[in-house]
Design a protein around this ligand. Sequence first.
Ligand code: 5GP
Length: 206
Amino acid sequence: MITGPGLLFVVSGPSGAGKDTLVDALLARLPRLRYSISATTRAPRAGEEEGKHYFFLSRDAFERRLAAGELLEWREYNGNLYGTPRDYIERTIAQGYDLIMKPEVNGALAVKAAYADAVLIFLAPDRFPILRERLTARRTETTEQIARRLEIAEEEMKFVRSFDYIVVNAQGRPQEAIGDLEAILRAERCRIHRYTEETIENIRRP
Ligand code: 5GP
């Protein structure tokens, strides 16, 4: 039952907390959920596809989109630019589909400033040292890049109380975090103020 505009879910938290895996799992489970693909100037990693994982842009092209007002928010992260295209969000929500995105923490707060109704979820590891282990095991970044990501992660943890929810992704138990995320999405959908008068009227009709 489509009940009006879709909801905007923002999953954020430090690099290595498991955002990619958990958001993929949610997308596979919830058919009315769509993913907001970001633009970035970072080079694709092995296996990453244009228009699926990111829109991979040159710095010039990114700056042009920025100047044209096409990005809802953007940030420089570890030497690369990342931003959220505005048009896809607006179109998808208007069609009644829920959207999920996974920006870094400043981006998440910027989305909340633009869409007060956005639901912000902080994804945290059960203990901080696991971030280094996960980033090292992933083998997609150099040692310096990993060190920088861990510094940023410490900064990001300071903003945890600005979020609506926290989900802990405990090592070896991703199913629990997926269950928590799904519960949040489902509960937010059931909140009474998400239902239009028209939908309630349809329910009441004899
Ligand atoms: P990665 O290079 O690991 O794909 O992403 C690096 C960081 O950029 C992650 O923390 C990720 O959440 C963040 N990021 C990805 N897309 C966006 C975006 O559109 N906006 C912002 N602010 N951050 C993003």
